[in-house]
Ligand binder design. Structure first.
Ligand code: NI
Length: 156
């Protein structure tokens, strides 16, 4: 595994709509492993492929419950709304309040090519929405209110 370089806000790849993953193979699994290692190294709770310069619809999340990999994720249900603070590995030390759906359902492909469905709420729902936004070229700073500079919180 390897620690990858994290793209920072301003990099064109972060403003680009990512292409679907066409082939779930060893090369993709290697990328997912490297994304996870990079996320843990920088104390993130989520990372999307474009954040490591790969314009592909894949994300890795760990909010403390173990690793969750979402390939070609599609949010199929959104319910309610909640506002909370977010950060991002691509926007160091900046935090802001983002309104998101409180509960979601997401369909995704696993690293072995199985299509699955997951219901999520609270932090996990927020993190999935944040990472899926990355796949569409949207950064949280594009939609946040009350942006502020802080250090030491969790990043997505
Ligand atoms: Ni992010």
């Amino acid at each position: 595994m390897a620690i990858l370089n994290i793209m920072k806000a301003g990099a064109p790849v972060l403003k680009t709509k990512c292409a679907p993953v066409k082939k779930v193979d060893a090369k993709l699994r290697h990328l997912l492993d490297d994304m996870a290692e990079t996320m843990y190294k920088f104390n993130g709770i989520g990372i999307a492929a474009p954040q490591v310069g790969v314009s592909m619809r894949a994300v890795v999340i760990d909010i403390g419950d173990g690793i969750l990999e979402l390939i070609n994720p599609v949010i199929t249900m959104r319910d309610g709304s909640a506002i909370d603070s977010e950060g991002c590995l691509s926007v160091p030390d900046i935090y802001g309040d983002v309104e998101r759906a409180a509960k979601i359902e997401v369909e995704y492909t696993t690293r072995y090519g199985k299509r699955r469905k997951l219901a999520a709420e609270k932090l996990l729902a927020r993190c999935i929405q944040h990472e899926c936004d990355h796949l569409d070229g949207i950064l949280f700073i594009d939609i946040a209110k009350n942006l502020r500079r802080e250090t030491g919180d969790d990043d997505e």
